[in-house]
Design a protein around this ligand. Structure first.
Ligand code: IPM
Ligand code: MG
Length: 380
């Protein structure tokens, strides 16, 4: 199984190293052969005089069974034109691999109920999945540009029925493995694209009579995520709205550093933490690797079909958080914290330990399925 690592910029290399360590622990515990290959992307490529998404990286991405990306973004390249920015690599790889479905689960981990800004009783039970359309909307719409005199600029928001329909189906399918509820988020009181969005989602919903659908304007949704996050199951939304709402979801569950994502299409699959390159803490062993490690769990599940292995990684994250291990983003007022490497090492160790305990259990009672894998099977 070929896994392509794209560490990228800022804290990307540190968190990807942590996730790789965890994947190695999975391979050792289950006897899998993972082959890792590493390529350049973003500012890391620009620095070597290459385009932000070099051809060799794209070719390796097409050949890989799963791709794990760290982050792209580097202040040094913030002034270039849009095609020479690190972020262009991300937009291009999503588009080239047709990764139109971005799954961003945000839930409160046991033990972190009071790590975020919300009261623990408001946060309790929060477990939402944001299904973000990823290859359309304002990010890609043409025409776009800045006028010659530099005094005006424009972007285009455009959606076709086909684009809305396929992402809506992803959301409804995901809801079937969860609480069977989809909230479609738009701005249909103002935007034509949103009115089409709403109509197509209603059409798709007819094929899912078991799933309850409601609609919400994006501004109201942003408010409700802060006021009553546990009221959501699946949030279905377009590209830019999903970008914004997923950062908010990260903040309320304790830290953006915790959030993983999967970008899926009809073939390839790319996994990346939702956070950015965080240049201010890069190279300081201060980043939270959990977003990247949970992304590796999603890679195991969605790209490699290794569900038990994915469950074990998530269980290991839970174990170390319950034990009180915290990276810097999860503590306040200088409370004790551990570095990126130590957090990843602890999660890798918990995997080895859990796997040992599981085989003991299997030897004792061969037909007993653990309760844990039953519950986790419903996760995205
Ligand atoms: C994300 C990021 C990217 C996006 C940037 C880096 C282009 O914010 O994945 O959420 O806007 O999609
Ligand atoms: Mg974002």
């Amino acid at each position: 199984m070929q896994i392509l690592l794209l560490p990228g910029d800022g804290i990307g290399p540190e968190v990807v190293a942590g996730a790789k360590r965890v994947l190695e622990a999975v391979a050792a515990a289950f006897g899998h052969q993972f082959t890792f290959r590493e390529e350049l992307i973003g500012g890391a490529a620009l620095r070597r005089g290459l385009p932000p998404l070099p051809e060799s990286t794209l070719a390796a991405a097409r050949a890989a069974d799963g791709i794990l990306l760290g982050a792209v973004g580097d202040p040094e390249f913030d002034t270039g034109d849009s095609s020479r920015r690190p972020e262009a690599a991300l937009l291009k790889i999503r588009r080239e691999l047709n990764l139109y479905a971005n799954l961003r689960p945000a839930r409160v981990w046991a033990g972190l109920e009071d790590a975020g800004p919300l009261k623990p009783e408001v946060l309790a039970g929060t477990d939402m999945l944001i299904v973000r359309e990823l290859t359309g909307g304002l990010y890609y719409g043409e025409p776009r540009g800045i006028s010659e005199d530099g005094n005006s600029a424009h972007n285009t928001m455009r959606y076709s029925r086909m684009e809305i329909e396929r992402i809506a189906r992803r959301a409804f399918d995901a809801a079937r493995g969860r609480l069977q509820r989809v909230t479609s988020v738009d701005k249909a009181n103002v935007l034509e694209t949103s009115r089409l969005w709403r109509q197509v989602v209603i059409d798709v919903a007819r094929d899912y009579p078991d799933v309850r659908l409601d609609h919400m304007y994006v501004d109201a949704c942003a408010m409700k995520i802060a006021l009553a996050p546990s009221s959501f199951d699946v949030i279905l939304t377009e590209n830019l709205f999903g970008d914004i709402l997923s950062d908010e979801a990260g903040a309320i569950v304790g830290s953006l550093g915790l959030l993983p994502s999967a970008s899926l299409g009809d073939g390839g699959a790319l996994f990346e933490p939702v956070h950015g390159s965080a240049p201010d803490i890069a190279g300081k062993n201060a980043a939270n690797p959990i977003g990247a490690i949970a992304s590796a769990a999603m890679l195991l599940r969605h790209a490699l079909g290794l569900n038990t292995e994915a469950d074990i990684v998530e269980h290991a994250i839970e174990t170390v958080l319950r034990a009180g291990l915290r990276t810097r983003d999860l503590v306040t007022n200088g409370a004790p914290s551990v570095g990126t490497g130590a957090m990843a090492a602890a999660i890798a160790a918990a995997i080895a330990q859990q796997r040992g305990a599981d085989s003991e259990e299997r030897r004792a009672a061969p037909s007993t399925r653990s309760a844990r894998s039953g519950r986790a099977a419903t996760r995205p």
